[in-house]
Each structure stands twice: as structure tokens, then as C-alpha cells.
Design a protein around this ligand. Structure first.
Ligand code: SF4
Length: 421
């Protein structure tokens, strides 16, 4: 395949079609060659995008029989200069390039469409296999550029206010498919780590629950933070979770990235309605896991995301409950401002039963939190005109659940009801 600088595509899809009902998991897509140099092998070539620095060094040593530092040269060509053809990696010898051609490839995901917004936000629809595509969004701001990355095709968690949730779930993305989103956007921006940095932050807040695709997400985040990758500081890579409690602990053992939690309600009854995962991991368990996460790293904090929906969770009593929960968190961690709140005015999508809160209610909600000395920001909506705002990402999901069908039926019933009214 060849991917051109202008983002046009002259690529043949190489992935096998996904049969209906069949999952192509990260493990199934893992094509690491076990062949030794020179050995005749029909093993598929390894996609280098799937490997972090240590794994690539192991691959160079174990599979290619080369010095480990050679892996560093290849990483720089791919992630700093966006070169995917081994023949263009001019500081590699001819023999090494031949071995690389035999055992490896650099296969980036394919850009299907891209849409710029009037406010500078940019959205890509990126093909992951012939039947599934995900969305990634870049949001430029003064002094920073944030990329919102997806971790799954669809999402299994079915939060009632989320557009992605209505699409059902197909599969986890591989490491290559996750870091490939960063590569596509960084290349588009002409980003050069350490020199011309246009991509300053990555948030794992796109489609999917990242902690349900743990290994691939952690590996991709390690490439984002590696100097040979995108060189982002730990605090500039944020993972957002709906509250997978055991995985928050596991993440804390392995990684120092920033954590954001999709809270949306401060009492269990309402949160379970909005985020069904809360039934399994109620608020008390979630907050305890957040405490453990934050206590590992002095002077760190957790951002609690709270989507404001009119008449659902935006009333003064909800703000007071949230303020109490946040203060309890600060007290438990013995850290001032360990809890930060990010209020997100709901972004409606077709068929949803929720509405955006009134501006007065949003302001009043923020004021109540601020009076309780809770650090609170309101997220400005970006990319509204291209459906790239928070909670609006859809992609194309060949649903393995029945959720898309159920949602379409509900939409049709709604429309029929409106027509007869
Ligand atoms: S809010 Fe996040 S976890 Fe919930 S359905 Fe949407 S993508 Fe999944």
C-alpha cells in the first residue's frame, strides 16, 4: 500500500473481510513472525506499528538477527518522518532492508474521509478493515493541539447518552490501529517531535472503553510517550474510562498517564441509568480505585467528566452531591484539588432522548461547584458542524450486538409517532 502526503488513498485494503458475527481481536490480528533469519517461512509479515520500543528491539534481535539499536532508526523513520517504505530508510544497509521486506511491513490504517470544521477542528474516518471504520478528531487550541483517539470499533458499554453506544460493538483495535490514528494525524500536521510540535496532547476519549482493550491501549500509549515515538509527557496522554475498577488498578501499576473518569452523576441510581457499568462497579468502588491511582503519584489529579443533560443531572441538588463527592475525594487523598471537574454540555444526536442543559443551568451548576471550592471547567463545544463534538463520534460499526437494530427500530417508531401526531 502507499499512503500519500496529501491524504488521498491509493491503497488496496489488505485485511481479510470480517464475516458477520466474527470478532477479529487484537490477538487474532497479531502476526508476529517467529521465523529466524534465512528460515523459509510463510509466516505473515509483522506490522511494525504493532510494536513498542522493547518489542521492536526484540524483533530486530530475535527475528532479524540484528543489533537492537537498529530498531531505533526504524522508529524514527516511521514516527518522526512518516516514512513507511523500508527502501526510503536511507541509513539502513541493503541487506537489512531486504530482511525487513521479508519479515515486516509498516501498514498504517487507511483514511476514508476527512472533514475540517469551521472552527479548525478536523475529523477523520479511518478504515480498520473492509467493514469497520472509526473516527479520530484533532482539536487545535492556542498553544496546544489535542487528538481524540478511539480504542474500539463501537463500544460494548451502552451508556444511554452516548452516540457511540447506540452503534453496538464489533471488536478491539490493535496497537497498530490505535497508534496508526496518531500517525495519520501527526503526518497531516507535519508534526515533528522535539522540533515542530503540533500534536501536544492525546486523549483516549474517542470510540470505545480503552480499559476493555487494555494491552493494546497501554502499548500504544507507550509509543505516544516514547522519545522515538511522539515524545509526549505522561500528563499529556489521558485515558478516559467509564469506571473499569480492576483495570484502573492495573493501569496504575504500569503507567503514569493522566486519568479521566466519565462520572455524569454522583448518586448510584442516576449513574446506573446513564452508565450501566455502574451496576457492576458502583461509585464507592470507583472512587476508591481513583484514590489508589492518584496516591501512587504525588501532586497528581483526576478529571471527572460530567455531561450536563437538561432536567436529568443538571439541577442544584446534583451539583451539591457532586461537590460533596469531590471534597470527600480530596480529603481521602489529602491533596488539594486532587479532583477536577470538567462539565460537558450534552451534544445531541438523532434519536437521543436527552437535551442540552440551558446556559443558565450550566452556569449555576458551575458556580455551586466553585463555591464548594471544586476546580471546575466547562468544555467548549468544538466541531459541532462536522459531528465531531464530544459524544458524537460514530464511525462505521458492523455491530455484533443487537444494539444498532434496536436503536434503528426505536428511531423508526419515534418517527412514525411524530408523523401520526
Ligand atoms: S460514553 Fe464511552 S464507555 Fe460509554 S458507551 Fe460511549 S464510548 Fe462507550
Amino acid at each position: 500500500m502507499t499512503a500519500n502526503r496529501d491524504n488521498t488513498i491509493d491503497i488496496q485494503l489488505t485485511a481479510s473481510p470480517v464475516a458477520e458475527g466474527q470478532a477479529v481481536t487484537g490477538a487474532a490480528a497479531d502476526t508476529t513472525s517467529q521465523a529466524l533469519p534465512g528460515a523459509a517461512s510463510a509466516a505473515p509479515r509483522k506490522n511494525i506499528f504493532d510494536l513498542d520500543r522493547t518489542q521492536l528491539e526484540d524483533f530486530f534481535e530475535g527475528v532479524l538477527g540484528e543489533k537492537r539499536y537498529r530498531a531505533h532508526q526504524v522508529m524514527k523513520w516511521i514516527h518522526h518522518r512518516y516514512v513507511t517504505d523500508f527502501d526510503e530508510m536511507t541509513d539502513l544497509g541493503k541487506a537489512l532492508r531486504a530482511k525487513l521486506h521479508e519479515h515486516a511491513e509498516v501498514r498504517a490504517p487507511i483514511v476514508l474521509t476527512e472533514k475540517p470544521s469551521v472552527d479548525g477542528t478536523h475529523k477523520w474516518l479511518i478504515g480498520m478493515d473492509p467493514k469497520n471504520a472509526i473516527e479520530a478528531v484533532f482539536i487545535p487550541e492556542k498553544g496546544r493541539g489535542t487528538l481524540c483517539v478511539s480504542s474500539q470499533v463501537g463500544c460494548a458499554l451502552n451508556c444511554s447518552f452516548c452516540s457511540t453506544g447506540t452503534q453496538g460493538f464489533n471488536r478491539n483495535l490493535t496497537t497498530a490501529e490505535i497508534i496508526g490514528q496518531v500517525w495519520v494525524v501527526a503526518r497531516h500536521l507535519g508534526n515533528m517531535p522535539h522540533q515542530r510540535r503540533r500534536l501536544t496532547n492525546v486523549v483516549m476519549m474517542g470510540m470505545g472503553e480503552p480499559l476493555m482493550n487494555f494491552d493494546n491501549v497501554v502499548r500504544a500509549m507507550s509509543i505516544m510517550r516514547d522519545d522515538l515515538g511522539y515524545g509526549l509527557a505522561n500528563k499529556r496522554v489521558t485515558l478516559s474510562t467509564a469506571g473499569m475498577v480492576p483495570m484502573i488498578d492495573k493501569l496504575g501499576e504500569l503507567s503514569d498517564v493522566s486519568l479521566a473518569v466519565s462520572l455524569h452523576a454522583a448518586n448510584d441510581e442516576l449513574r446506573t441509568e446513564l452508565v450501566p457499568l455502574n451496576k457492576k462497579y458502583p461509585i464507592a468502588q470507583l472512587m476508591a480505585a481513583c484514590e489508589r491511582y492518584v496516591m501512587r503519584k504525588p501532586r497528581s489529579s483526576i478529571t471527572f467528566e460530567y455531561t450536563l443533560m437538561r432536567g436529568v443531572n443538571d439541577q442544584p441538588e446534583h451539583a451539591r452531591q457532586l461537590a460533596r463527592l469531590m471534597k470527600q475525594f480530596d480529603n481521602a487523598t489529602q491533596m488539594k484539588d486532587a479532583a477536577k471537574v470538567n462539565l460537558i454540555p450534552f451534544n445531541p444526536f438523532p434519536g437521543t432522548r436527552y437535551e442540552r442543559s440551558d446556559e443558565d443551568d450550566i452556569r449555576a451548576f458551575q458556580q455551586l461547584l466553585q463555591q464548594a471550592r471544586v476546580l471546575t471547567t466547562v468544555r467548549r463545544t468544538r466541531g459541532d458542524d462536522i459531528d465531531a463534538a464530544c459524544g458524537q463520534l460514530k464511525g462505521q460499526v458492523m455491530d455484533r450486538t443487537r444494539r444498532q437494530a434496536t436503536f434503528r427500530k426505536m428511531l423508526a417508531e419515534q418517527e412514525a409517532g411524530d408523523a401520526s401526531a
